[in-house]
Design a protein around this ligand. Structure first.
Ligand SMILES: *Cc1c(COP(=O)(O)O)cnc(C)c1O
Length: 480
């Protein structure tokens, strides 16, 4: 960098090449070491974070020392959701071509917010949304939007439902979701102007699925109270136990009651790509709108969410807008214009990361990877079922299941403590990470297999370590 001309921020080709090589080398070494990286980083990072607070540097630093800090000090002090042993929360993968796509998108820095500014690039994003539409068996009228994640997809869905069903008079509108729905539903309802006193949590049945009987009762009593039910949010795979709500029955209710039906498929929707799993998600294709999270079930890096809206006009009605300083709207209906389908104007180019991954791998390989995750989850569940002292709630419907530690004569507090201890002990061994949740006062360990890097060796490791730690926990409670 030329110090004699400080206003010149352009790098010369040799500098760019050297920086690119240095970064690529670190990234590749990092990815190669993923199986050996500690799965859970550092749970006591307060002091470190305080020591990191610094004013913006007046003068630049060289890349090498920054890469050292990042790869040697800061990145290792995180969870390792990209690692093969990560079965906590909903795992993320991070397909490598997506990073290349971001590199290309950021380096070329074309404007993909409006169609006219980069028509061919925007078409790639439109193709991605069409692929999602086809995989989810939505009709040609569908429109969609790539978002930063499932939460923002859900936000935009609630806006569509609100505008379509309530118009400007939103205060009487009521939203329904099960007690097991993701917390982002209530949060996004509030962002969309639907306050907590108009958000109903519908009880679940013994399998943690939305109880449709209770849903209809709640809708009726809200109508009798003069309120305006307008939206039901169902879950195609909950975070706690992986339960898939009765999507088809909920779709029937929504047709009958004239309500918008949004399905949260942030965890589960991509299993619909595999035809053999479609019966598990029966009714998903009937939703008015659907949240998908490519950064979960399609193995993309974080920052990649998506929404499909069956009647694309509803999404455009929410987001249409123009100004005299912009190219004229509307562009021919045939062409997709991101700023007319979502809240952003200037934005990154999320379409390229998805497009490049699907194009390089092809749908068949992605399908095979998704299918394998379910097979591995079923197998893990079956093997854990055989472990003395473990009790499974139910086999996985998709690739997520919950279980707990138990022994004869134990009470719920003891079981909860033992299950917590199991999660901690396995995590502290550094190779496998699961997390827990509390359902009905019962603390459950949960395993979600969704990273493309999780293969049979990690499943073996997971089963072995859980069996060993369970035996040791039980021995402490039942000394011979
Ligand atoms: C992850 C998740 C969300 C939230 O999505 P983000 O991408 O984290 O914003 C919502 N619902 C379910 C079922 C999820 O698994």
């Amino acid at each position: 960098m030329d110090a004699s001309d400080p206003a010149n921020l352009e790098l010369n080709p040799d500098e760019m090449r050297a920086m690119g090589h240095a970064t690529l080398n670190r990234v590749i070494a990092h990815l190669a070491s993923l199986p050996d990286q500690r799965i859970c980083g550092d749970l006591q990072a307060e002091a470190l974070c305080r020591s990191m607070r610094k004013p913006a540097p007046t003068f630049g630093t060289d890349l090498q020392s920054v890469l050292d800090s990042l790869f040697d000090e800061w990145i290792p002090r995180s969870f390792t959701p990209s690692g093969p042993g990560y079965m906590a929360y909903i795992p993320g993968g991070g397909l490598f071509p997506a990073a290349l796509a971001d590199f290309i998108a950021d380096s070329t820095n074309r404007f993909t917010g409006i169609w006219q500014a980069a028509p061919a690039l925007v078409q790639l994003e439109a193709n991605v949304l069409d692929w999602f539409r086809d995989w989810m068996c939505f009709p040609p009228s569908t429109s969609g939007l790539l978002t930063t994640g499932g939460s923002m997809a859900t936000f935009n869905a609630i806006l569509c439902a609100r505008e379509r069903h309530l118009g400007p008079d939103i205060r009487a509108g009521v939203v329904y979701a099960s007690t097991e729905a993701h917390h982002c539903v209530g949060k996004m309802a509030k962002l969309a102007g639907i306050m907590p006193d108009r958000f109903r949590l519908v009880p679940v049945d013994a399998s943690f699925k939305l109880n449709v009987q209770r849903l209809t009762e709640l809708i009726r009593s809200d109508r009798e109270a003069g309120l305006r039910p307008f939206l039901v949010v169902s879950s195609a795979g909950t975070v706690n136990t992986g339960a898939v709500d009765p999507l088809n029955a909920i779709a029937d209710i929504c047709v009958h009651e004239r309500l918008w039906h949004h399905t949260d498929g942030a965890y589960g929707a991509f299993f619909h790509v595999c035809e053999e799993f479609r019966p598990i998600l029966h009714g998903l294709e009937r939703a008015d709108s659907l949240t998908l999270d490519p950064h979960k079930g399609l193995f993309l890096p974080y920052g990649t969410g998506a929404l499909l809206v069956r009647d694309g006009a509803a999404l455009r009605a929410v987001h249409a807008g123009t100004a005299s300083y912009l190219p004229p709207q509307p562009v021919a209906e045939e062409f997709y214009d991101p700023s007319q389908h979502g809240p952003d104007l200037s934005r990154g180019f999320p379409g390229l990361r998805v497009w490049l991954c699907v194009t390089l791998f092809g749908a068949a390989r992605l399908r095979a990877a998704i299918a394998e995750k379910r097979v591995l989850a079923l197998e893990t569940a079956e093997r854990l079922q055989q472990v003395p002292g473990l009790s499974l709630m139910a086999p996985p419907e998709l690739s997520l299941f919950a279980f707990h530690v138990t022994w004869p004569g134990s009470n719920v507090t003891e079981r909860n403590d033992a299950t917590r201890e199991l999660i901690d002990r396995v995590r502290d061994r550094g190779q496998v990470m699961m997390t827990g949740c509390t359902v009905d006062g019962q603390f459950l360990a949960r395993i979600c297999i969704l990273s493309f890097r999780t293969r049979r060796p990690q499943v073996d490791l997971c089963v072995t370590q859980i069996a060993e730690e369970t035996a040791s926990i039980l021995a402490a409670h039942n000394p011979r």
